[in-house]
Structure formats: C-alpha cells, structure tokens
Design a protein around this ligand. Sequence first.
Ligand code: ADP
Ligand code: MG
Length: 223
Amino acid sequence: MRERIILHNITRKFEDGGIQRTILDQLNLSVSEGELVAVMGPSGSGKSTFLSIAGALLEPTSGEVLLDGESIIGKDKQALSNMRLHKIGFIFQSANLLPYLKIEEQLLFVAKQGGMENAQATGRARGLLQKLGLSQRSQAYPDKLSGGERQRVAIARALMNDPAVLLADEPTASLDANRGVDVVRMIADEVKEQGKSAIMVTHDDRVLPLCDRVLYLEDGRLV
Ligand code: ADP
Ligand code: MG
C-alpha cells in the first residue's frame, strides 16, 4: 500500500542554555493510506515537536520527511507553505476558528488560500459540513457552537483542500468522553474512505480502539 507520509531517521536537537538536548533521535515512521496512527507519551517527550516536523512547520536537525513521495527538506518558505496547504490538514487541541467568519466561510477561506475555484469550494464545503452533521450550523458564528461542533468544523476545515495527511495534536483534549470518541471516529472514517494517512497525538485511552496502531514516544523514538 502507498505510504503518504514517511519520516526517516529524524533527529531534532534544541539548544537550551548552551546545552544541546536531543528531543528526537533517529525516529522512523511510515503511515500507509487508510491508516490512523496514535502517538502517546509523557508531557515533554517531543510529541508536538515530532508533529511539527511531520507537518513541515519545523525543520529537523537531520533526517528526511516525504509527503506523498515529495521531500520537504531544503524547500524554500513559499514551497513549504504550498505543501502545507495542499498536502497537510492540521487539527489542534482547540479548534482555532476565526471568530468573525461563519462556519461555511471558515471552509471557503482555506479553499481560497489553496486556490480552489469558488463554485467547487462551495460544493465541497457544503458536502463536508453535511457529512460531519453541521449543515444546520453553516451560517452560525463559532461562538454559537458547542465544543464538539467546533472540533468537527476544525476537521472539515482540515479536509477542505483534500490533504494526503491529517495531523492531529490532542484533538479530543477539550471534549467530554463521548464527543471525543465521535470526533476521532469521524477522522478515522475519513482516513479509510479517502485513503489518507493520519497521525494523532493523544492522551485519551478511549479513542485508541479506533486507531490502527498505537506508538509511544520514548527517548526520542517511536516504539
Ligand atoms: P510534548 O508535546 O510531548 O509535550 P514538546 O515537543 O512540546 O513535547 O517538547 C519536547 C521538549 O523539547 C521539551 O523539553 C521542550 O521544552 C523542548 N522544546 C520544544 N520546543 C523548543 C524550542 N523551540 N526551543 C527549545 N526547546 C524546545
Ligand atoms: Mg505537546
């Protein structure tokens, strides 16, 4: 099966008060299409650093990241930003919606950034909102939505430009147990149906049965 994201021998060091600390140490991970991988580990173990590198937000000290077969290493800022827009969908702990845009407009905004034509964007936004049970909310502002609904909008927004890879950093942290499971089920379904690869950092044991693999970040590696 095709691997939509490959991390090969990723090392990341940070300089801390004159001392070099190795946070990621020759880390390897490949995720196939249709696969959702959970990453766990204690606070400070490097989970967010790892996800930032996977999502081309941070450069590794050494190693290689391939998104849909294309390397992110050595690309200029503009090229990286383009790759992020088209190949990656991010879902964070809180939905980070823009307070002055209605729900449908949130999706149209990222489509526009990705260069999608208007009619296509509107059709796609409505389809995603319907799929995620948000059609009734499309003309509401984010402050009128519940936490679970906001996180579903964040998923729809992450999917808008049809990325190869979904990266989620504790997407259920702000939700109660049932809502959390619902949200991860939606991510899992989309990954399966659309042949995406997904990596989700989580502390939430209840969502693990929905994941294909569970890995632990330990001493800078995934085990
Ligand atoms: P996690 O998400 O698992 O809690 P992080 O990836 O946020 O862990 O951080 C891992 C370690 O790397 C922490 O000790 C943190 O202080 C350190 N770190 C993260 N980013 C930086 C940075 N920009 N400069 C220096 N140290 C950093
Ligand atoms: Mg973190």
